[in-house]
Each structure stands twice: as C-alpha cells, then as structure tokens.
Design a protein. Structure first.
Length: 338
C-alpha cells in the first residue's frame, strides 16, 4: 500500500474479539454463528420494472419512523446473518426496515424461465434500486430513508449513489466492505492459498449451478461445458456475467462497475467501513485519495476486521461493530430529534 495514500486515511486499531484476530476468523465466524434476528418479518414479492418478482423482507410498520433498506452480499440473501442482525438492531431502534434479495438469490428461486438478463444480477446491477426506494418512501409516508450495503450490495449502493448524484433520495448511506476494485477482489479470491480456495469454491458452486440452469434453456448462448469446468471468478465473469449484461469481457465489466469510479460523484452523506486485512477486498485497493477528496464520504478503515466481520467483545458474547457504527451514523441523518 503506497505510503502517501495510506497517510490520507490511516488505519485505526480494531479490538478484535478474543481468538478472532485472524482476518479469516473475522470473516467466517459471523457467517457460522450469528443468530440474532428480528422478532417478526413479513416477506413480500414486489414486481420490478421488467416484471421480475423480487423478495423483500419487511419489519412491522412503524408510522412516522425513518427507515433503512439493506442490501446483501454475493450469493447471500435477506436471510443472511449480518442482514438479520442489522434488521434486529433497526427494529430495536424503533425504525422501519427492509431487506432486498437480489435476483436469483431468494431461497428456492430458479434463475431460469426467461431472458438471462432478467434473472441474473451482478456487482453493478442498480436497475432495481429506484423501484425499491420509491416504494419504500411511499410505504413509509415520506419519512427519511437510509440504505446499507454489504460487500457486493455495498458496491451496488455506491455505484448507484454516484450515478444519481445529488438526486439520490436518501438521507444517508453505509457501505460495509465494498469491493472498490472488482478486478482486485477477483484476483484475491482467484489467488493461491487454502482460504482463497474456500471462498472461491463457496461462491462459484452456486453461481455455476444457476448459470447451468440458464444454459440448459439457452444452449446456443452459453458454453455449458466451459461453465461446468470454470474454477475462477475471471472465468465465470468472462463466460456468464459479460455476455449476459453486454460487457466485452470480465475486465470491461470490472472497470465499468467498480465502486471506486463512482465515489467522486456521490453527494449524499455516506459512511465506508473497511479493513486493511480484508481477505477478499485487498487493503491496497481502498481508494483513500478519492475518499478523502469527497466531503460527502466518511470512512472508518480498520487495521483488522476481515470481510463483513468486525467482531469485537468475546466469541461467546460478541458485539458486531458494524451495527453500532451504522446506527450511530444514520441516526442524526434519519432521526435528528431522537
């Protein structure tokens, strides 16, 4: 990491939970053990602009209260532990809350049954956000609205905020572990090592399965044998993401959809939560200069914390710092009189 760049936003110490100082432990532990959930959720199917029915999980309506929209990470869903945990924290605050599940990620959802583009999603797929935010604003009677994205969802959120600039109808936003440079993140996960292989296999297993289901319906458009043999993110994005969404190749997709390219145009208060030891988003890819140059952006860059981890306290009684930082940042923007 260049010294001049690091000096702009130096990493803060992070009090990792005992026995969870390793970045992989920080990344994997919450996915395995986090269990806090909201007391009650309603699941609805909302029709998007192109007819796709998307899953939206909603907390019970709180008239007059602000609301938060939550976007999950790659191959997650609204049922992910970090999403449910943050929804529970939002519920405890007395706010409205909603979690969106990206296309093909809802439990039991099949990506087939139509044009591939209508069924897949990717790290820069912002097409559904305007519909979601418009409907949530109407549902919550125009109360202030914030949004929180994790990993892929954070990249989508930042890209959209940059695309719409001052027109974004959000009072505030939080991006947790965003892959600012998709190519660098793909290279990290495609690289050598036990844990890189673990992450790669975990994500590609479901991505390949969905791609093969679509390839069976559109055999002239996809090379099913190549998809079946694919073992890297570069290969998957070359074989599936690029042709489905009209990119020239994986490099073109990564260049056009990486959040770093959109940071300068963000005009809504936005908090970035990152770690230098993230095993999926390399610390060297955090664009410190671009973040420091935009007064709309705030950053908490920690020396440790892993990827969507940030577990502190004790393993048997953990605290998830992301929830605390998110609510502390959004509260004066969504509910300044609270």
């Amino acid at each position: 990491m260049p010294g001049a760049e690091a000096a702009l936003l130096p990493a803060e110490p992070f009090p990792a939970a005992r026995l969870l100082g390793n970045p992989h432990a920080q990344t994997i532990w919450p996915a395995l053990v986090r269990r806090r959930r909201p007391r009650r959720l309603t699941v609805e199917g909302w029709v998007m602009a192109d007819g796709h029915r998307a899953r939206v999980d909603l907390l019970p309506q709180q008239p007059g209260a602000p609301g938060a929209l939550i976007l999950h990470g790659l191959e997650g869903s609204s049922r992910a532990g970090y999403v449910r945990g943050l929804l529970a924290a939002v519920e405890a605050r007395g706010w409205n809350g909603a979690a969106f599940t990206f296309r093909s990620c809802a439990p039991g959802e099949r990506p087939g049954g139509g044009e591939p583009r209508a069924r897949f999603y990717h790290s820069g797929d912002t097409r559904d956000l305007p519909v979601l935010i418009e409907r949530l604003s109407a549902r919550w009677a125009g109360a202030p609205l914030g949004a929180v994205g994790f990993s892929l969802g954070a990249n989508v959120l930042l890209k959209w905020l940059g695309e719409v600039g001052p027109e974004a109808p959000l009072a505030g936003a939080v991006a947790v572990s965003p892959p600012f440079d998709l190519g660098a993140a793909a290279a990290a996960v495609d690289g050598p090592g036990l844990f890189a292989g673990l992450y790669r296999r975990r994500f590609l297993r479901t991505l390949r399965r969905k791609a093969l289901a679509v390839a069976a319906e559109h055999p002239a458009r996809f090379d099913a044998a190549a998809i079946r043999a694919c073992r890297t993110f570069r290969g998957y994005d070359d074989l599936v993401t690029a042709p489905v969404f009209g990119f020239a190749d994986a490099d073109d997709y990564w260049a056009r959809c990486s959040a770093a390219a959109y940071l300068a145009r963000i005009r809504r208060p936005t908090l970035l939560i990152c770690s230098d030891d993230d095993p999926i988003v390399p610390g060297a890819s955090i664009p410190r200069a671009a973040i420091a140059a935009n007064p709309a952006l705030s950053a908490r860059i920690f020396a440790r914390g892993g990827h969507v981890g940030f577990v502190t306290g004790a393993p048997w009684r953990p605290r998830y710092l992301v929830d605390e930082l998110t609510l502390a940042f959004l509260q004066p923007r969504l509910h300044p009189d609270e």
